[in-house]
Design a protein around this ligand. Structure first.
Ligand SMILES: Nc1nc2c(ncn2[C@@H]2O[C@H](COP(=O)(O)OP(=O)(O)OP(=O)(O)O)[C@@H](O)[C@H]2O)c(=O)[nH]1
Length: 210
């Protein structure tokens, strides 16, 4: 049976209720947008598999409830993440101010080397903007040392951007994995030629940074 994936990335979406975490997830995995706000209860997740330079990358994204009352549950998911998207709504100054609290929770509960990315969602709604792009850029770089980008789950700029950020952040690990897969294939070919190993290609196995 074909291997389902070579590498698994576990990502987490955090941020206030209503900033658009579920919509970002639906856009990323199913290319859909839901105009209504149905608050997430606890946590939910979806997966997407991408083929990148010969590596089958499975991205598992966990969507967390922004509501305060679920935070005891959601914090339990921080420690298994390789990447965390801290999401605010560009039309809500309040959601941006709360990033400070989300970031401090991440520092407390997530692994030290987790990749953190600040995301300003609803960029399609520029008329109602309350958070300037330059301001968010500055705060991301100077206060949190995070990458930053603006996006819109509504107008479909999300998928590509999320994937690019994740892959860029994990490029070193991906490169290593790609090299090890190539090495193992080379070794299998050599074994074939030398009559060792009964002609079966080595199974490169499954790598997971969890
Ligand atoms: N204009 C616009 N509206 C958006 C965008 N993303 C989400 N919304 C709307 O914002 C509302 C909240 O979106 P959700 O994705 O449910 O928010 P959430 O962050 O998951 O909320 P909780 O589950 O309560 O934490 C919905 O009415 C969405 O349609 C966007 O990019 N642009």
């Amino acid at each position: 049976m074909a291997k389902q994936y070579d590498v698994l990335f576990r990502l987490l979406l955090l941020g206030d209720s209503g900033v658009g975490k579920t919509c970002l997830l639906c856009r990323f995995t199913d290319n859909e947008f839901h105009p209504s706000h149905i608050s997430t209860i606890g946590v939910d997740f979806k997966m997407k598999t991408l083929m990148i330079d010969g590596v089958k990358v499975r991205i598992q994204i966990w969507d967390t409830a922004g509501q305060e009352r679920y935070q005891t549950i959601t914090k339990q998911y921080y420690r298994r993440a390789q990447g965390i998207f801290l999401v605010y709504d560009i039309t809500s100054e309040r959601s941006f101010q709360h990033i400070m609290k989300w970031a401090s929770d991440v520092d407390e509960y997530a692994p030290e080397k987790v990749q953190k990315i600040l995301v300003g969602n609803k960029s399609d709604d520029g008329d109602k903007r309350q958070v300037a792009t330059a301001q968010a850029h500055k705060v991301a770089a100077e206060s949190y040392g995070m990458d930053f980008f603006e996006t819109s789950a509504y107008n479909n700029h999300t998928s590509q951007r999320l994937a690019e950020q994740v892959l860029a952040a994990n490029k070193k690990d991906l490169d290593l994995l790609r090299m090890s897969i190539t090495d193992e294939l080379d070794l299998a070919a050599l074994e074939d030629e030398e009559g060792i190993g009964g002609g079966a290609a080595a199974d490169p196995g499954r790598s997971c940074w969890c």
